[in-house]
Design a protein around this ligand. Structure first.
Ligand SMILES: NC(=O)c1ccc[n+]([C@@H]2O[C@H](COP(=O)([O-])OP(=O)(O)OC[C@H]3O[C@@H](n4cnc5c(N)ncnc54)[C@H](OP(=O)(O)O)[C@@H]3O)[C@@H](O)[C@H]2O)c1
Length: 238
């Protein structure tokens, strides 16, 4: 039986990924701050999940939590980072921005580094993170969200390069959703909204085939291309 940890499994895409992994012969470590939601997930599929409630902004405690959970699972083949936050911030409140940075930058980095170092020592493994189309370019509605997702995309690229240089079979999958119907999807004008189930299935398939980058759903690749290549004088008016 393979072993996986989903960081941010209490809700949305992470929760669906945890269920999908459990249905596909994985023993799954599930994390998030809300212990009651982890317990609910455990009740749904008894014997499939090991819970560990912790906050990724408490970065000094992360290595301990992940090491303990890995020991309880009896090893680790795959770690998925689905924890994330972000809020619309029209008044540029630095409190909102730095709350986003604490989860999406500091928490993300600490989890990703722990996973990569574990896989390097082990000689193999797979790290996946749910980034976002928002990481393609800056965005005025939630500046820290876009910037933190760009950071994640860039960081994953660095880890992929590191794995190649180490000549180790460590895979890094960057899953970039457009809109998915979860509490995270905020703002008006949403379109091409995927269900969390559909998003999780496409991410799972990308992991299984060791994909480097995957757009969720596939047609968001087109939007990513447009956002990236739109001339500045047009983009800045949006
Ligand atoms: N939904 C979309 O349209 C969309 C689009 C592009 C990218 N994404 C990305 O997809 C990922 C998953 O989001 P989602 O849409 O599934 O949203 P969600 O349902 O709100 O799930 C977010 C998860 O992150 C965890 N989390 C948040 N802050 C945390 C903290 N401080 N410590 C530990 N865990 C924390 C939450 O757990 P607790 O609250 O229990 O701690 C929850 O399990 C995020 O990285 C998001 O940026 C989402």
């Amino acid at each position: 039986m393979k072993k996986a940890i989903v960081v941010g499994a209490t809700s949305g895409i992470g929760r669906q990924l945890a269920i999908l992994l459990a249905d596909n012969n994985y023993h799954v470590g599930i994390t998030g701050r809300r212990a009651e939601l982890l317990a609910e997930l455990q009740e749904l599929k008894p014997g499939k999940f090991k819970p560990s409630a912790f906050d990724v902004t408490d970065t000094t405690a992360i290595p301990q939590h992940l090491a303990k959970l890995t020991a309880e699972l009896g090893g680790l083949d795959l770690l998925i980072i689905s924890s994330g936050t972000g809020d619309l911030n029209p008044s540029l409140d630095p409190g909102i921005e730095n709350e986003t940075n604490a989860v999406n930058v500091l928490g993300f980095t600490t989890v990703a580094d722990w996973a990569f170092n574990f896989f390097e020592k082990q000689g193999s493994g797979h790290l996946t993170a749910i980034t976002s189309i928002a990481g393609m370019r800056g965005g005025r509605h939630a500046p820290a969200y876009n910037a933190s997702k760009a950071y994640q995309i860039n960081y994953l690229q660095a880890l992929r390069q590191k794995a190649t240089n180490l000549k180790l079979p460590i895979f890094v999958t960057d899953a970039r959703p457009g809109f998915v119907d979860t509490p995270m999807a905020k703002g008006d004008g949403r379109f091409w909204v995927a269900t969390p189930q559909k998003a999780a299935l496409q991410i799972y398939k990308a992991i299984e085939s060791n994909r480097k980058v995957v757009y969720i759903t596939k047609r968001w690749r087109l939007i990513a291309f447009i956002i990236k290549h739109l001339p500045g004088f047009l983009y800045n008016r949006m």
